[in-house]
Design a protein around this ligand. Structure first.
Ligand SMILES: Nc1ncnc2c1ncn2[C@@H]1O[C@H](COP(=O)(O)OP(=O)(O)OP(=O)(O)O)[C@@H](O)[C@H]1O
Length: 390
C-alpha cells in the first residue's frame, strides 16, 4: 500500500471499454468497508478503475490506515469484479488491485486563527484522546497498543502520556530513565520508541516532582508538554497523536479537551457496573465540550484460563455494547483479561509490538481501524464541531 495512485485516462479507450469500467466502478461502490460498516459509495472513498495492456487496474483509497487489509480487500474486489467482467469486452483481462490510504486532518487542527477555536498543534493531523471515567481499567494499556496498532497499519503516530497521576508510558515502552532532548531551549524532542514519537511527564519527573505536580501545576505542565513538543519536523506530519488522558472526568481532563482540537475520544471501560457508570460520565464529559466520542473499548471482557482454555465473563458481559447503544456510539472492540497483555505492558513490550500477528494484536488493530475510520467519517461530516473555549 502506498500513497501514490495510478493515473488512468479513460478518454483514449474504446467506448465499450469505458462503459465497462464505469459499470465496474459502480459495482465496487457497493463493497462494504469493514471498519466503518458502510459501502464505499457512502464514504469519501476514492475508487479508480483503468485498463492497460490487457489488465484492469482497480485502486481504492480509504481515509484511515489499513495496511493489513490489502489481501482481504484484494479477495473481495476479485470476487465482486470477475463475475461483472465475465462475458463482457474485458472478460479475458487480468485484474490488478491496490489499496491506498490517504488520512485527512481534523479541520480545526489545520486552522491558524485563534478565533476559530483552540490553537492547533503544529504538524499533527488528528489528536485522539484515550480516556476512562475511573482508574485502573486499562486506559494506558489501550492507548499504547492503539498507537502501535495505528502505526502497524501504516500511519505515523505520536503518543502523549498525559496521565499526571502515574505516567506509565515509560514502563510500557521500555523508555524509563530516558530524558528528551531540548531544542532552542524551548522545545522537547519526542523520544522515539517502537516506531512511535513519544512524550511523557514521566520523562521529566524526578523523585520529588510527582507530589509537586498535583493540582493546578499539573495542568500547566501538561499543557506545556502538549504544545512545546516538536511532534513534527519538516514535512513529516503526524497522522495521529494518541493522548493517554488522566483517569476521571475532573478539571484537568476538561481543560485538556478544551485546550486543543481533538479528533475524538476513545473511552475505555471494564464490564463492571461501577466502571460502566464512570465510563458514562466520560462520554458525557466529551459530549459537553463537543468532542466526538469515537467509541467504547471494553477491556478485561472475558477471562481465559491459561490452564484449561475455558473463558468466562468474570466482570459481567454486554456492558460496553449497552453504553454504546444508549449513547449512540460504537463498541470498538473487546479485549480479554489475558496474562500476556499484563506481562507485555509491564515489561516494555506491549502486545502489538511483542506479537504483531497474534490474536490480541489483531483485536487492537481492528479497534485502531474502526476508531480511525470514525475520524475519517467525522472529517467528511460538516457537523464536526469546533470546540468552544468559554
Ligand atoms: N486486558 C488486560 N488483561 C490483563 N491485564 C491487563 C489488561 N489491561 C490492562 N491490564 C493490566 O492492568 C493494569 C492497569 O492497566 P493500565 O495501567 O493500563 O490502567 P489505567 O486505566 O491506565 O490505570 P491508571 O488509571 O492507573 O492510569 C496494568 O498492570 C496492566 O498491565
Amino acid at each position: 500500500m502506498t500513497d501514490h495512485q495510478h493515473d488512468h485516462d479513460h478518454q483514449d479507450l474504446p467506448e465499450e471499454v469505458q462503459t465497462e469500467l464505469e459499470r465496474l466502478a459502480e459495482c465496487l461502490g457497493q463493497l462494504h468497508d469493514p471498519a466503518s460498516g458502510l459501502p464505499l459509495d457512502e464514504l469519501d472513498a476514492e475508487i479508480e478503475v483503468g485498463f492497460e495492456d490487457d489488465t484492469v487496474f482497480v485502486g481504492v483509497t480509504l481515509g484511515y490506515p489499513c495496511a493489513s487489509q490489502e489481501e482481504s480487500w484484494n479477495t473481495r474486489v476479485h470476487e465482486a469484479c470477475l463475475p461483472t467482467l465475465r462475458g463482457g469486452p474485458l472478460g479475458d483481462a487480468q485484474l490488478q488491485f491496490e489499496l491506498f490510504s490517504d488520512i485527512p486532518a481534523t479541520p480545526a487542527a489545520l486552522s491558524t486563527s485563534p478565533e476559530q477555536g483552540p490553537a492547533p498543534l503544529q504538524g499533527v493531523k488528528n489528536i485522539v484522546a484515550v480516556a476512562s471515567g475511573k482508574g485502573g481499567v486499562g486506559k494506558s494499556t489501550t492507548a499504547v497498543n492503539l498507537a502501535l496498532a495505528l502505526a502497524a497499519e501504516g500511519a505515523s503516530v505520536g503518543l502523549l502520556d498525559a496521565d499526571i497521576y502515574g505516567p506509565s508510558l515509560p514502563t510500557m515502552l521500555g523508555t524509563e530513565g530516558v530524558r528528551p532532548q531540548v531544542k532552542e531551549q524551548k522545545f522537547f524532542v519526542p523520544v522515539e520508541a517502537q516506531g512511535l514519537k513519544t512524550m511523557s511527564l514521566g520523562y521529566l519527573m524526578t523523585e520529588e516532582t510527582p507530589a509537586v505536580w498535583r493540582g493546578p501545576m499539573a495542568s500547566g505542565a501538561l499543557n506545556q508538554i502538549l504544545t512545546q513538543t516538536l511532534w513534527c519536523e519538516g514535512a513529516d506530519e503526524l497522522d495521529y497523536l494518541v493522548v493517554d488522558m488522566p483517569p476521571g472526568t475532573g478539571d484537568i481532563q476538561l481543560t485538556l479537551a478544551q485546550k486543543t482540537t481533538l479528533a475524538g475520544a476513545v473511552i475505555v471501560t471494564t464490564p463492571q457496573d461501577l466502571a460502566l457508570k464512570d465510563a458514562i460520565k466520560g462520554v458525557e464529559m466529551f459530549r459537553k465540550v463537543s468532542v466526538p466520542v469515537l467509541g467504547i473499548v471494553e477491556n478485561m471482557s472475558l477471562h481465559t484460563c491459561s490452564n484449561c482454555g475455558h473463558s468466562e465473563p468474570i466482570f459481567g458481559s454486554g456492558g460496553g455494547a449497552r453504553i454504546a447503544a444508549d449513547y449512540d456510539t460504537r463498541l470498538l472492540g473487546q479485549l480479554p483479561l489475558a496474562m500476556a497483555i499484563r506481562e507485555g505492558t509491564d515489561c516494555g513490550r506491549p502486545s502489538v509490538a511483542a506479537d504483531p500477528d497474534g490474536e490480541v494484536a489483531g483485536f487492537y488493530r481492528e479497534i485502531a481501524r474502526r476508531a480511525a475510520a470514525q475520524i475519517w467519517l467525522n472529517v467528511g461530516d460538516e457537523e464536526v464541531p469546533v470546540i468552544e473555549t468559554s
